[in-house]
Design a protein around this ligand. Structure first.
Ligand code: FDA
Length: 389
């Protein structure tokens, strides 16, 4: 079978690309259903883009690479598409847009778009091998157990990253890229909870509070959640993408609140109050209990010197934490690293030294923050390749 374009992966980027590739296009995926990650994303409501998405919200060895594609297919283009399909949506927080009803609407929309554009979709189809010759890319597939060979002028790698292998994530895009001498940067899990040894935070499991988490590379003000195994919540997921094994992060509890002045005022007004009672007005009581367990938060407010209060505030605002690791690809929302952008055209996503080979979406070394940014990259890079094809 001879076609113009073969897209490997019917996820966010692959389907978007097919919708713009101009027909004579086949999308294949080994899963039973297309867009499984879209379906489960955003708690089943899909945080499909972010109103404030800019290239600064992405991590890549080349931070400029995403600019061209992001400028040519913006969040407003995708919002327009969603609205044209009659899908109701709302902003939850920080520019994050979600479906009012279900993420399945986004999947259905993309399937309709690709079919309307004349593309075909084969599910439960695995890739056996890929070769390149005079006729283009010859790909041996196995469709529902039967072998079939497809030759295509263009081959698009859209099989995503390694996160959540249980859902069918594989390193296929990296393997094919390497087969054609495209460099692949080391990958690691991103947007992932931290683990800590020795049940460090077990007594605090379930406690959540707003906090600032930072390291030398980035800083995020969002919710922090203690879990049985360590730390999670949006602030943790965000900083995890900027964290390397063995490093510390700093937690600033009450980052925008002058706790020192508040404690000093209270010492003046109600000095007989216990320090821990007063602290529990500003922080979750279970956290205060845990912090006091080493005997450092004793006595009444009146017993505390300015220096002691200052030391306490410094401790809460400069809490150094050293994760033992992360939950890994098992739960990571994204994969950092991947196909080196140096090998790709930022305008078309085509491999510079391998005509007709394209790479889009999460497989490429462009990773967004938490909050709809990763889908926006999938839409933008899929559109860029589709237009070029
Ligand atoms: P994607 O993973 O979507 O698609 C790849 C496709 O390739 C899949 O259909 C897969 O089955 C197929 N495939 C893989 N290997 C194959 C093989 N060997 N042979 C054939 N097919 C193969 N982002 C965001 O912006 N907002 C959000 O709300 C969320 N929420 C979220 C929740 C969870 C739990 C996860 C894991 C991730 C998110 N994300 C997110 C991230 C987002 O899902 C992700 O960045 C995009 O889906 C990436 O799109 P791609 O098309 O590149 O890969």
């Amino acid at each position: 079978m001879q076609i113009k374009t073969l897209i490997l992966g019917a996820g966010a980027a692959g389907m978007m690309c097919a919708a713009h590739a101009g027909g004579d296009c086949l999308v294949v995926d080994h899963a039973k259903n297309p867009g499984e990650k879209i379906r489960i994303s955003g708690g089943g409501r899909c945080n499909f883009t972010n109103m404030y998405a800019t290239p600064e919200n992405y991590i890549s060895q080349n931070p400029h690479f995403c600019k061209s594609a992001m400028a040519r297919y913006t969040q407003w283009d995708f919002i327009d598409l969603v609205t044209r399909h009659g899908i109701a949506w709302h902003e939850k927080t920080l520019g994050q847009l979600f479906c009012d009803d279900s993420a399945r609407q986004i999947v259905a929309m993309l399937v309709k778009e690709l079919r309307d554009a004349g593309a075909d979709l084969w599910l439960q189809t695995s890739v056996v091998d890929v070769r390149h010759g005079a006729g283009g890319y010859t790909v041996r597939l196995e469709r529902e157990g039967k072998p079939i060979t497809v030759t295509a002028q263009n081959l698009v790698l859209a099989t995503g990253g390694k996160s959540i292998p249980k859902m069918g994530a594989t390193g296929l895009a990296y393997d094919i890229a390497q087969q054609f001498d495209l460099p692949v940067l080391d990958t690691r899990p991103g947007l992932v909870p931290f683990t800590f040894g020795a049940d460090r935070f077990k007594p605090l499991a379930g406690v959540a509070l707003p906090a600032r988490l930072s390291n030398a590379r980035a800083s995020f003000d969002e919710a922090l959640l203690f879990t049985h195994r360590g730390l999670s919540g949006p602030a943790v997921l965000q900083i995890s993408s900027y964290w390397h094994e063995g490093e510390e992060i700093t937690a600033h509890l009450l980052p925008d609140f002058d706790l020192f002045s508040a404690l000093r005022d209270q010492r003046q007004q109600s000095g007989r109050k216990d320090l821990t009672t007063e602290l529990a007005r500003h922080l979750p009581a279970r956290l205060v209990e845990d912090l006091a367990a080493d005997g450092s938060l004793k006595g009444r407010l009146a017993d505390q010197s300015d220096a002691a209060l200052q030391a306490l505030c410094d401790r809460l605002n400069n809490w150094r934490l050293k994760p033992t690791g992360t939950e890994g690809y098992r739960t990571a929302e994204v994969t950092l690293g991947g196909i080196d952008t140096d090998a790709l055209s930022s305008r078309t996503m085509e491999a510079k030294a391998q005509p007709g080979l394209y790479a889009i979406g999460e497989a490429v070394d462009v990773t967004g923050w938490l909050g709809g940014y990763n889908f926006q990259w999938a839409w933008a890079s899929g559109f860029a390749a589709g237009q070029a094809i």
